[in-house]
Design a protein around this ligand. Structure first.
Ligand code: KG4
Ligand code: ZN
Length: 341
């Protein structure tokens, strides 16, 4: 009988819970997305998000337990994200996890959201530390972060570089709004870019000599180009025109090429044994394709559904932290701006 961990994730706009056995086998993973709720505002409204978490969290946990065919007393530990994220959203998950730990007496583990994204690569049977070995280069690309991190061992990280302005996912979200594509921008732009001929080109910010990223200049370049082409301010019904398709593809290509090139250069320079990818933007088909084409060392990429925020990755990470002896107590608090490494 393996160790079963319940993972809870409420850091942003997905209310999620999952049950994972031995840090690798997903028994259930329930994600209640708030996308439709926030789409009408064009982005996440923190107050709306935390209220929605309050409504969703207990039904989501119940469905996760049911899905795993388990009752609460069969869970060996509860893991929850304490940060980084929106304070009001994090509070919901942390409080529920504490209540569960208090009621059942099972261990509580506090998980960093970025570390959870890293451990998504341990799900679906992969074992990066066995197949490749440490050190591993981790690239976590989400709506809030673009972090390049060296993983020296389980629970041991060194931050190499990060975005100096917008996170890549945030840039996708902002860019999509320019020609009037719906939130969230990443999937919208990916959809729009299909079938583009590749006639538009947008700049790439290389930030030579550093492991940092920058995406706000690219977004501004897109805005200028959209103005020149008469696409901005967005006109209704223009969303599927050929120019929008070309611009979406150009934007996606710029982001993908910078992410892939910088990560592969860093991996070579630091002589890591493998690369671990994670975060919502890693769900992008072009980013995945480019990594697969160019990487010459072992690449660990979660399935797209495990790249975006979910409870299973929290459970996978919680299992590992538990083995390292990193238990939290009932004084666990949220840390909205917590870092890794
Ligand atoms: O990791 P995640 O679910 O939440 C955060 O921790 O932020 O990432 C969400 C971000 C959003 O900005 C969304 O637009 C982006 O990931 N995203 C994508 C794709 N799917 C989600 N970006 C590009 N292509 C996608 N297919
Ligand atoms: Zn995330």
């Amino acid at each position: 009988m393996g160790v079963k961990v319940l993972g809870i994730e409420t850091s942003c706009d997905e209310t999620s819970a999952g049950v994972v056995e031995d840090g690798r086998r997903v028994l259930s993973n329930v994600v209640a997305s708030q996308v439709e709720l926030h789409a009408r505002y064009g982005g996440i409204v923190p107050e709306v998000a935390s209220r929605q978490h309050i409504l969703q969290i207990t039904p989501v946990i119940r469905r996760a337990l049911d899905g795993a065919g388990m009752t609460l007393d069969q869970i060996d530990a509860t893991a929850v994200v304490y940060g980084p994220g929106l304070a009001g959203s994090l509070l919901v998950g942390v409080n529920v996890a504490k209540a569960l730990a208090f009621a059942t007496g099972v261990p509580l583990v506090g998980v960093n959201h970025l570390e959870a994204h890293i451990y998504a690569s341990w799900l679906s049977g992969q074992r990066p530390e066995v197949e490749a070995g440490f050190p591993l280069l981790c690239l976590i690309v989400s709506g809030g972060h673009t972090d390049m991190i060296v993983m020296e061992g389980h629970g041991r990280y060194r931050l190499l570089g990060r975005t100096r302005d917008d996170a890549a996912g945030e840039a996708f979200d902002k860019a999509a709004r320019i020609p009037g594509l719906p939130y969230p921008g990443g999937p919208s732009i990916q959809r729009e870019a299909v079938g583009a001929r590749g006639v538009e080109k947008l700049p790439r910010a290389w930030l030579e000599g550093t492991y940092d990223f920058s995406f706000s200049g690219l977004k501004t370049a897109l805005l200028r180009r959209a103005q020149t082409l008469g696409l901005y301010p967005a006109a209704q019904g223009r969303g599927d025109s050929e120019v929008v398709r070309e611009l979406a593809a150009a934007f996606q290509e710029s982001v993908a090429e910078v992410l892939v090139t910088k990560a592969l250069n860093a991996a070579r320079e630091l002589r890591v044994r493998g690369i671990v990818l994670g975060g919502g933007v890693i769900a992008n088909t072009r980013v995945r394709q480019l990594f697969a084409e160019r990487a010459s060392l072992l690449l660990f990429v979660p399935p797209a559904a495990l790249c975006t925020d979910n409870g299973a990755m929290v459970a996978a990470c919680g299992y590992r932290l538990l083995r390292l002896g990193r238990r939290a107590d009932l004084s666990l608090d949220v840390i909205p701006d917590s870092r890794l490494g």
